[in-house]
Design a protein around this ligand. Structure first.
Ligand code: O2Y
Ligand code: MN
Length: 610
């Protein structure tokens, strides 16, 4: 059947009438390759969402959630529960351009392999064409993508996580400046074959999450889950965007953005990068325990930042929703997240009761009596098995978050005054310290480290470097990425944000966390705010500035001066060992490591030996 006669499926847009000839050509050639039964151009309307959701209820992919309007429950295939890092590739002509921290593949060879996989992969399915904007539609800080997918789950999730639909096509006009995002679950349906609730390619070795930064393309095959399939998120907004940002002089970062207002009504914005399992979403939505302070949320995962002509670093959250991890989210740990998920939510891989209610471990509610777990088995609380997978998720519109910031959709972004890095370290790293300069801040970011938790693969407690929390997300050579940060600091050196490093996870000699965390992290934010303001003191240590005794607000906290001293202590001998570990870790970057970082390492050692 010629592509021009492919049936349009309850879509309001006819693909042959699209004014963008590049898009029309791509649709035709992709449909020729993948051989779908139907084509559907998504208009992004609620009607379209509802229709697809109803179809997924009918097919058994979705089940309605009874106590949350317009919300659905879904279970993935057990083989398809998280980002497939080992099958994630950066495809650049020169291997060196992908760098030592990425899986590299030759773009021509990879494309040939992919074409084989995509050939006929949508047989019996509908090809959905999803126009989306990362960032407010039409903002000069935003970028457009078109995702091709054979998954209605992806369409509905993209409606939550991005700005999706007809108005994006209007802004795109006839331009070819969009990121091409090709996706298939890799499960063609033969004539008469019954579909499964979660079609995918179950063999992980046949999954491909591939990026072509030289042509701004993403090809993803075999998975329908999260970052592997919702291509606007990690694939576009971080891996491809970081490569675009390097070329065009801006930053695409794995950072939350929050606004913080002091009791006098002065507001500042902070961006913060943390490796996984460090409470990033909780910090983005924090409820301060200190009187009179307010924290508001711009984004919980990704920040796109650019210096304006006044030298201000302006940031947008390119996403429109939160794809939050469910287990551990409760009214205690994160009331704003809980209040964001009352309606219009897709829950994946949590528990589901016979009354149609969702549940997960650490939700702060008793488990329902009769429930199925994420693998569709009857949940037995005595079995030792969890109801919700550790990486189970809710996808919910950011606009529903009670702490959403009034400027979260501002086309000019928000002015970032401070950048925080953080990691989970039981020892060595103080609760907070401030960089001595921009380059020192880049050094701190380059050496971000975190201990593995039970949720991560590998030896518990083992320290893993996760530079700028971008290890799995930088779309080019990490050494060049460090250089990009250094160069931006040189170019825009009049109004640079201050840089800090925080560690909420320091333990005492009995292995107990010394800092209460959660809402009390606002006390650290208060010091950061006042440092930016110039109203708080910092005390010099060899690794940077820490709050002097009495400067960090501990009023109302059951914490002694001695404990505070321990929380902020800098052990020179341990830090000299840390410097050795950083030197060792830097070796992999070879000539790509900017000389400024070696200088910072030397300066650190000099200060420690004084
Ligand atoms: O497993 C996935 O695909 C989700 S990973 C994720 C989701 C939301 C925010 N951050 C992450 C991450 O891995 O950093
Ligand atoms: Mn993330």
């Amino acid at each position: 059947m010629p592509n021009s006669t492919l049936k349009e499926r309850h879509s309001t847009i006819d693909h042959n009438s699209l004014q963008n000839t590049h898009l029309r050509e791509i649709i035709d050639s992709f449909a020729k390759l993948t051989k779908p039964k139907n084509i559907h151009i998504c208009d992004g309307s609620q009607k379209e969402y509802n229709q697809l959701a109803q179809e997924m209820v009918a097919s058994g992919t979705f089940r309605p959630v009874s106590d949350r309007p317009n919300s659905y429950y879904c279970q993935s295939d057990p083989s398809d529960v998280a980002r497939a890092e080992d099958r994630t590739f950066i495809c650049t002509t020169n291997q060196d351009d992908a760098g030592p921290t990425n899986n590299w593949a030759d773009p021509n060879k990879m494309m040939a392999e992919l074409k084989g996989k995509f050939d006929g992969c949508m047989t019996g399915r509908t090809l959905y064409i999803i126009p989306f904007s990362m960032g407010p539609v039409g903002s000069p800080l935003s970028e457009i993508g078109i995702q091709f997918s054979d998954s209605p789950y992806v369409v509905c999730s993209m409606k939550i996580m991005t700005r999706m639909g007809t108005d994006v096509l209007d802004v795109l006009g006839t331009s070819n400046n969009f990121v091409k995002c090709y996706h298939s679950v890799g499960a063609p349906l033969a004539d008469g074959e019954k579909d499964v609730p979660w079609p995918c390619e179950p063999n992980v070795d046949n999954k491909y999450i591939t990026h072509f930064p030289e042509t701004n393309e993403i090809w993803s095959y075999g998975s329908g889950y999260g970052g592997n399939a919702l291509l606007g998120k990690k694939c576009f907004a971080l891996r491809i965007a970081s490569a675009i940002a390097k070329r065009d002089g801006w930053l695409a970062e794995h950072m939350l953005i929050l606004g913080i207002t002091n009791p006098q009504g002065v507001k500042k914005y902070i961006a913060a990068a943390f490796p996984s399992a460090c409470g990033k979403t909780n910090l983005a939505m924090l409820t301060p325990t200190i009187p009179g302070w307010k924290v508001e949320t711009v984004g919980d995962d990704i920040a796109w930042m650019r210096f304006n002509d006044k030298g201000e670093l302006r940031a947008i959250n390119p996403e429109a929703g939160f794809f939050g991890v469910a287990p551990g989210t409760s009214y205690n740990s994160n009331p704003n997240a809980m209040n964001s998920i009352k309606e219009n939510v897709i829950f994946t891989n949590v528990g589901y009761s016979d009354e149609g209610k969702i549940w997960w471990e650490g939700m702060g509610e008793e488990a329902p009596k009769n429930m199925i777990d994420w693998q569709n088995n009857t949940y037995d609380p005595n079995s030792g098995k969890v109801a919700a997978h550790a990486n189970s998720r809710f996808a919910t519109p950011a606009s529903q978050c009670p702490s959403i910031d009034e400027n979260w959709e501002s086309p000019d972004g928000v002015h970032i005054s401070a950048i925080l890095f953080g990691g989970r370290r039981g020892d060595i790293v103080p609760l907070v310290h401030e960089a001595l300069s921009w380059n020192h801040g880049v050094f701190m970011g380059s050496a971000v480290s975190s201990e593995k938790t039970a949720a991560a693969l590998g030896k518990l407690g083992e320290v893993r470097r996760d530079p700028f929390a971008m290890l799995p997300f930088c779309g080019y050579n990490m050494g060049d990425y460090f250089k990009h940060w250094i160069e931006l600091g040189k170019k825009h050196n009049t109004n640079l944000p201050k840089v800090f490093y925080v560690n909420w996870f320091r333990r005492d000699e009995n292995g107990k966390f010394m800092w209460p965390g959660f809402g009390d992290n606002s006390r650290v934010l208060e010091w950061v705010f006042n440092r930016v303001d110039g109203s708080a003191k910092g005390e010099a240590t060899p690794i940077g500035l820490v709050p002097p005794k009495g400067e960090l607000n501990t009023a109302g906290l059951d914490i002694s001066d001695e404990q505070m001293e321990k929380l902020l202590d800098v052990d020179k001998a341990l830090w000299l060992q840390e410097a050795d570990a950083i030197e060792e870790y830097y070796k992999q970057f070879g000539a790509h490591l900017p000389s400024e970082l070696n200088q910072e390492l030397q300066l650190l050692r000099d200060r420690l030996r004084k």
